[in-house]
Design a protein around this ligand. Structure first.
Ligand code: P6P
Length: 349
């Protein structure tokens, strides 16, 4: 009889991270940090998965008193639950110097009581939460930076590092399956949660975004608010094969960034949330530090491109923790085409 082999050949997240640590690409502390975040996301997945049965749908805050976050958005109960899960999971691990969240006005340094590490964790605990009540996929987005040397109690300014400084980025998408998509700077890889065992299992090693695409993702209802280069770019997409692009395009818009970006990492496409008159005064809609930067690192590590329309996203020098940016990311050649419209417009004006 064949010798039973312990391994089925399946690679768990733990094994993948140990392989990266043995190769000298990540530290033991970063491996621990990713494992803690992944475990917290499993807890969030369970809460999200209960839906109406969990009594956690709808708005946070007391009767008749909405809870409004720094973004000016009404918080959902699950926004607050997801945020608390991530804070509690990381409070005692000893690998962080501080945390920042979309749901919190300011960053929080690790308390003196708990051991401290050298990493800064930023997250959007439940992105796309407006989709929760209509049972559409949502997700958790996270980014890891190093705490500046000599800083023992980091403040917001210590988090203001460009996206190229990220040592790790990832998201978890709570959809038909729960998936964790991760990069530690050595490619972008997808893990699927095996609910029976409770482990994230490597299901795609080396996600790769096709350079070309026929699919774009934008909220078309904002069209009248777009600036000229965006009007011209999307106008040419809509003109199809008889227009300047010479091919027909399809459109998808989930209004959940994690779901839209996951589709693009899986089959290509371009995702864009441009400046528009509604959000131009804020610099855009999506947040740089815990949405655009982690997603941009994942996309670049998968062979795609990410831009503000005028600058490589990962090179933006942040000036505020909750800073917003216009976003173009996905299939490299399509992002370059969209950026070319912006450069042509700027050169002519
Ligand atoms: P709109 C969700 O609120 C979010 O931050 C992203 O996940 C998503 O891509 C975008 O906003 C959707 O914005 O204006 O289409 O609702």
């Amino acid at each position: 009889a064949p010798t039973p082999t312990a391994s089925t050949g399946a690679v768990s997240l733990t094994r993948y991270l140990i392989e990266e640590q043995r190769a000298g690409r990540i530290s033991a502390d970063l491996r621990l940090l990713v494992e803690v975040v992944a475990r917290a996301c499993k807890t969030i997945s369970i809460a999200v998965g209960k839906g109406a049965l969990g009594g956690v749908l709808g708005e946070a805050g007391g009767a008749g008193k909405a809870s409004i976050n720094i973004q000016g958005e009404a918080q959902k109960k699950l926004d607050v639950i997801a945020n608390d899960v991530l804070l509690e999971a990381n409070a005692w691990g000893g690998h962080l110097a501080g945390m920042a969240s979309e749901e919190m006005d300011h960053s929080v340094p690790m308390s003196d009581a708990s051991p401290r590490g050298n990493y800064l964790l930023l997250f959007d605990p439940l992105d796309g939460s407006s989709n929760i009540d209509v049972n559409i996929s949502v997700g958790t987005i996270f980014s890891v930076l190093r705490c500046p040397d000599g800083v023992t109690s980091p403040v917001d300014a210590d988090f203001l590092q460009p996206g190229t400084a990220q040592v790790c980025a990832g998201y978890t998408t709570y959809g038909p399956s729960t998936m964790l998509v991760l990069t530690v700077g050595n490619g972008t890889h997808a893990f699927t949660l095996d609910r029976e065992v409770g482990s994230f299992m490597l299901t795609t090693r080396g996600m790769t975004i096709p350079a070309q695409t026929r699919e774009f993702a934008v909220n078309m209802s904002n069209q009248r608010h777009w600036q000229a280069p965006m009007q011209a770019y999307v106008g040419d997409l809509l003109a199809g094969k008889d227009g300047p692009r010479g091919k027909d395009f399809n459109m998808r818009w989930v209004a959940s960034m994690v779901a839209d970006v996951h589709r693009i990492l899986t089959r290509g496409g371009i995702f864009t949330y441009p400046l528009d008159a509604k959000c131009a005064d804020k610099g855009g809609k999506l947040r740089l530090m815990y949405e655009a930067n982690p997603m941009s690192l994942l996309v670049e590590q998968a062979g795609g491109a990410a831009s503000t329309g005028r600058q490589r996203m990962l090179e933006v020098q942040p000036v505020h923790l909750h800073q917003r940016v216009p976003v173009f990311l996905g299939s490299k050649h399509e992002v370059e085409a969209a950026v070319a419209y912006h450069h042509a417009h700027d050169a002519a004006h």
